[in-house]
Each structure stands twice: as C-alpha cells, then as structure tokens.
Design a protein around this ligand. Sequence first.
Ligand code: FMN
Length: 410
Amino acid sequence: MDTQVNRQMDSTVQRRQFIRILGGGAVSAIAAATTASVALAGCSAGIPAEAIEAWKGPDSTLASVTDVRHWLLSYAILAPHSHNLQSWIADLRTPRQITLYCDLQRLLPQTDPLSRQIMMSHGTFLELLDMAARERGLRADITLFPQGAFGLTTPDARPVATVRLTPDATVQRDPLFAQVLQRHTNRSGYDITRAVPAPAWAAMADAANPAGAATVRVGHIGLDNGVVLDEHRRIAREAWRIELTVPRTIMESFEVLRVGASEIAAHRDGLSLTSPVVVAMDRLGLFDRKRAPGTHDYATTSQIKEFDAKLASTPGFLWMVTPANDRFTQIQAGRAYVRLQLAATAQGLAMQPLSQALQEYAEQRQPYADIHALAGATESGSTVQMWARVGYAPEVEPAPRRRLKDFIRV
Ligand SMILES: Cc1cc2nc3c(=O)[nH]c(=O)nc-3n(C[C@H](O)[C@H](O)[C@H](O)COP(=O)(O)O)c2cc1C
C-alpha cells in the first residue's frame, strides 16, 4: 500500500484490522478500517456455496450411471494443492484409464521455482484417486512419467502419470478414505495447552508409509521439548518475514488472491479472502494488489506479528524427509503427505504446512539450511519435503474447488 493510502487510512481509522491469509505459502494483507465512511452494505462474506459444492462428494448420479472415472475424480480434486492452484488435468480419452497432466498455466515460478510443491500436489491427487478406486473395487495401476520424468526445473507437456483401472476383488479399501471430505488445511490459532499425544504422532507417521514402505522419514516435536519447539518457531517466523518482504514472492500470492464472493465464485481456486471489511476496502480501491507492501508498512509488520501469535499457539511441528529429491520422490512425498493429513484429521488434529523455509529461491537460503539441519536432513540429496504445524483448533471452512468438468479432457 502506498503512503498516500496509508495516510488516508491513518486519519480515518477508528479500528484497524489486518486480514491475513497464510495459505499455500502465500500472504495477503490489507489495512482495513471500520469507519463510518466505509459502506459495508452489499459486501458479501463467506465462501459462496457453489465454490465448495465439491465437498459434498460426487453427484449421486455419477456413482452408478455414468463413467466411474468421474466418481473417482470427484474425490481426487479434493486433494491439497499448494496455493490451491489445482493444476490437474485428467485426460479420459483412453478407456479405463486416466492420464494425468500438469496444467502449465498453474505454476508458481517465484515461490516454487523447481515446481517441487506442484509435483507433491500431483502426488496428493494420485493418492486420493487410488483410494477412491479401491472404494469401487478397482485396482489403480499408476505409472509415473510414462514418457519420462520432467527436468529438474519445470514440468512440461508430457504426462505426470497414467492410471489404469481394473476390477479386482482383492483390492482393499483404505480406512483413511472416510476422512477425505473432512480434511482441510487449518490456518487458525491452535490450542497451546493441548499436547499432541504420542499415539497420534505415531498414527500420522504410520499413515505416511503404508505397509511399512519407508518412503519418507517423519519426525515431530511437541510441548515436551520447548527449546527445539522455539527453534522451529524462529525458522518459520524468519522464512515468513522473507516471503512477505521479497516483492516478487508476495506479488505471486497477490495474483492468486480471490477477494470476496464474486471473485471466489468466478475462480474457485487460489486463496480466498472473505472478510466483509477487506472486501469493502478492496471494492473501494484501498487494497492495491498491483503493488507489494513495504517492509515497514503496517500491512507487513502486523502480519508478521499475527503469524508469530499462531506459531506461539502451536504445540507441535512435523516434518517429512526423503533421501532424494527427484520427480518420483516428490510425487511419493505428496502421496505420503495427504495420507498423513488424513490420519491427523481422523485424530481430530488440525494441520497447516509451512512451506516458506522449504522454498528454493535465493533469499530463503538460510531458513532452508536451518530447517534441513534441524530435521536431520544433512546427507546429500536429503530433502525436507513438508513441514507443518499441528495441534487442536476449531474446524474451518473448506477451500474452493473448480467444477469437475474443468479438470477433464475428453
Ligand atoms: C505441497 C504443498 C504445500 C503447501 N504449503 C502451504 C503453506 O505453506 N501454507 C499453507 O497455509 N498451506 C499450504 N498448503 C495447503 C494448501 O494451501 C491447501 O491445500 C489449499 O489451499 C487447499 O485447501 P485444503 O487443503 O483445505 O483443501 C500446501 C499444500 C501442499 C500440497
């Protein structure tokens, strides 16, 4: 926000409220004032129902009368995706097969310059697809990168995976499937007085590596080790400060901000801002999304403060480490992550990824090194694929999803 706007606001503000989104490694901020001059009437709050209709589960008519692949995809699109970008394209032109492509218009070149998180977000999708197939007695034979893996920096037009679907009476249902409609990223303050119990940590780690396949090493820290807990908080705070104050990374988040019901309904992706006050300010032209806020602007400093409070409320942190960082491993890490989050959901636990320190842009070099050292990921190639805060918190609203047909290529 420029100084003119700041001055304007300083003179009129009776009560300042800063609104944050900590989603997808992203942030937005707006200094909002509830003043007599700000007309809130007509500004809509909340996520419009149509943007979250996917969370009701598949259209019941899909279950039996139409292509079963639509039913499976209705669940797969509920997978977590960095910045809620939903970069999935499902090609149904081959019978009994789903070919998954990456939508190259939906990447995050600034905050995810190697598209590692995009690949993880394809892993989360494939895992939910596999689970849904099991529900329908189908074996999903997944072949990753059938035409070769993407290079180290960016995805291309080749498929991410083919998924062959074959009826198989021996496939086992996955109990975690029951949590798919309940799983949500939770960015609230957590209850610092409630430690995450040991069996819950164990359930999450076990879920990440089904049938004992040690794809990822899962670590955690809880209230019983305050010194290390504080070190996690310190790194997360610093990484967050960096993301907020590097103009090109904050601008990338601004680009996927959806402010108010009409924008959310129009896009059904990205990061939703629903506060009536913010919507009002936006509509009045007082939220300049074309310009990064300055380092010392209240919009930046207040967010750092708010994020600190959330970190202080967090009773546990969890991380996932892989011994390598190739494209196959990144997909596997995504599969492991969504399983782990579903297990957390089953335990009544809230979770929010903290991707900032894991991001591979120059300004994050120190937090990246610090979290890798803290997680014991010191061997060459060893990579912290996910880092998250974990705890107990009130339930949150689901995040928008586009229409099923928007993902499908026929
Ligand atoms: C690889 C990956 C990285 C993510 N990083 C963050 C993050 O840094 N902060 C955050 O709040 N959410 C993060 N998320 C969660 C997404 O923002 C979230 O999945 C998306 O907004 C959809 O919401 P849902 O998980 O509630 O369905 C991440 C998700 C994935 C898969």
